[in-house]
Write a protein that binds this ligand. Sequence first.
Ligand SMILES: Cc1cc2nc3c(=O)[nH]c(=O)nc-3n(C[C@H](O)[C@H](O)[C@H](O)COP(=O)(O)O)c2cc1C
Length: 212
Amino acid sequence: MMKKGLSVIRSSLLLGIIALMGTALLAGVNALTHERIIEQEKMRVLQQLNEIVPVDSFNNDLLADRIEIQDEAFFRHPAPVTVYRARMDGKAVAIMMMLTAADGYNGDIRLLAGIDVHGTVLGVRVIAHKETPGLGDPIELERSDWILSFTEKSLNNPQLDGWNVKRDGGQFDQFTGATITPRAVVRATRRALQYFDANTQALFDTASIKAE
Ligand SMILES: Cc1cc2nc3c(=O)[nH]c(=O)nc-3n(C[C@H](O)[C@H](O)[C@H](O)COP(=O)(O)O)c2cc1C
């Protein structure tokens, strides 16, 4: 009887240890995967930064010269917006704004929007999204040229009403059977321009450079 009791305790302990090891392993794998995703996103950002802002137009350390903006009410997303500032000999050249649109068909769409010092779009790129392949993914440059339609636009070109998809009376194409995804990207880009317009000086303020 005593032996049976001991064996039950031993089995329970063993099971407990196995469960603990499983949990620890899973947590480890999760942490590694998360780190890899962040690392991949960083690589993608770097690649896109170089595509959007010509490398000979600035001479500061773009990745280090950055600030983070937390303005959930304006950007309609709790994630901080990262702003990289390009300067030539200390003079403001452009910003690259990394922002998140929450209203994609499948949630967050991470975007990089390059805006020059005059408020003109240098380029927009999608860094990460979960939109449906074949429906929402033409926002990727690898799938279509649609994202290039923002280049050289500004808040006055087109006028504010034009900063919508055609279905909403604006200037930007939606996709066949998919309006939600392009609408989210157009609105996020418009928001980036509006933020830039209202905060140009503060966005380039060197006093707020993040310590590395
Ligand atoms: C399974 C499924 C996946 C969809 N994925 C997307 C998507 O990724 N992006 C999008 O804009 N619409 C997507 N849609 C379509 C939307 O539900 C919606 O009908 C559409 O965006 C509205 O565009 P329309 O007004 O041009 O029809 C999807 C629909 C279904 C059934």
